[in-house]
Design a protein around this ligand. Structure first.
Ligand SMILES: CC(C)(COP(=O)(O)OP(=O)(O)OC[C@H]1O[C@@H](n2cnc3c(N)ncnc32)[C@H](O)[C@@H]1OP(=O)(O)O)[C@@H](O)C(=O)NCCC(=O)NCCS
Length: 315
């Protein structure tokens, strides 16, 4: 059970009354703050491109803690991790060096929990094994239950920490079977920790070397990701004014524009091809009589994606 509220409550009011938390505001100022802090602590928080930071600010996924009205820390996280409507994820949390050890990080975690969608019962995050932040998550009441390999270049291990929200008091902990996102652009198996095993002790089996085909596929994917993409506004214009190069797909309330070929309104065969071309991105209901496909959150799929943690009881 996450104990952050108790930790906060134990703090004398004089110490925390000058700290306030708000959502990040779209625009240059908060974006610049996030970017500068993530660059300073890139070894700990990793890296998100500016567009991703911007998109997360716009979707209200970022909270900023202010000290004396100036940004001093931020947390970036969201619900629906791996399409599980009960699972939230924290992608980044960072506190300016001068503001540390005054429960600002704790306050951000508490704020994140307080403002989660009501269905969220568990919150997870990945943390490199070799950094002090693991102690922070431990102090916040999270439990280390699994691990995966980090990038081949750095050879680190990432620990999966999970905490329960008040609504998840009785929720068994679980971790994903594998992950495939992030900069590594490679599927990574996730290994459960043994009961009583400390995060510091985790040693993973060696990563199998990439086969030649996988190497070139990975290179291709990386190169493709680096190519400049048309802006969303440009794609929307093309869609709206009948140049017909994209279909509009609404996935879990988010509108996406997917390229289709040939360049005309797709029939359902075209649509199916697009869905296959973008695995996991979109789900369609057969028989929807328009080029707009609605796809809700798919909790139903999540069972096969998760492994229950061993030897960890519900609180
Ligand atoms: C990790 C981080 C967010 C913690 O923020 P913070 O505001 O300093 O943390 P808090 O003051 O809320 O700490 C609460 C408790 O966590 C533990 N803790 C926090 N930082 C710790 C550290 N560096 N070493 C050991 N324990 C730590 C302590 O038990 C602390 O309570 P205490 O100060 O009474 O001993 C901050 O150090 C940071 O931004 N680090 C760089 C970025 C990073 O590592 N992000 C996390 C990536 S997964």
């Amino acid at each position: 059970m996450i104990r952050t509220a108790q930790q906060l409550a134990a703090l004398p009011e004089s110490e925390h009354k000058c700290v306030s938390i708000r959502s990040a505001i779209p625009g240059a100022k908060d974006l610049a703050f996030l970017d500068s802090l993530q660059k300073k602590y890139s070894n700990q928080v990793g890296f998100l491109p500016t567009v991703a930071l911007q998109a997360n600010i716009e979707r209200a996924n970022v909270s900023i803690a202010l000290e004396n009205d100036e940004p001093a820390a931020y947390l970036l996280g969201k619900g629906n991790y791996l399409r599980d409507p009960h699972f939230g994820i924290i992608y980044q949390a960072a506190v300016s060096y001068d503001a540390r050890r005054r429960l600002m990080g704790t306050a951000l975690v508490q704020h994140f929990i307080d403002h989660m969608a009501p269905g969220i019962r568990l919150i997870g995050l990945w943390c490199a094994q070799d950094i002090e932040a693991n102690e922070f998550w431990n102090a916040c009441g999270f439990e280390a239950i699994a691990a995966r390999h980090g990038s081949r270049r750095k050879g680190r291990v990432h620990i999966f920490w999970v905490g329960r929200t008040p609504r998840g008091r009785h929720e068994p902990l679980r971790y994903p079977k594998c992950t495939r996102g992030g900069l590594m652009r490679e599927q990574r198996e996730v290994f459960g920790l043994q009961p009583g095993e400390e995060y510091k002790e985790v040693v993973l089996p060696e990563l199998a070397p990439l086969a030649e085909g996988e190497k070139s596929a990975k290179k291709k994917r990386t190169n493709r990701a680096r190519q400049p993409r048309a802006s969303l506004a440009a794609m929307q214009r093309a869609f709206r004014y009948g140049q017909g190069k994209h279909i509009c797909v609404v996935v879990a309330g988010v509108t996406k524009y997917l390229p289709v070929a040939p360049f005309e309104m797709p029939n359902f065969t075209d649509l199916a091809r697009v869905m296959v071309a973008v695995p996991g991105e979109a789900r369609t209901k057969p028989g929807v009589p328009s080029n707009v496909v609605r796809a809700g959150p798919s909790g139903g799929r999540s069972k096969e994606l998760w492994t229950p943690a061993t030897g960890v009881d519900a609180a």
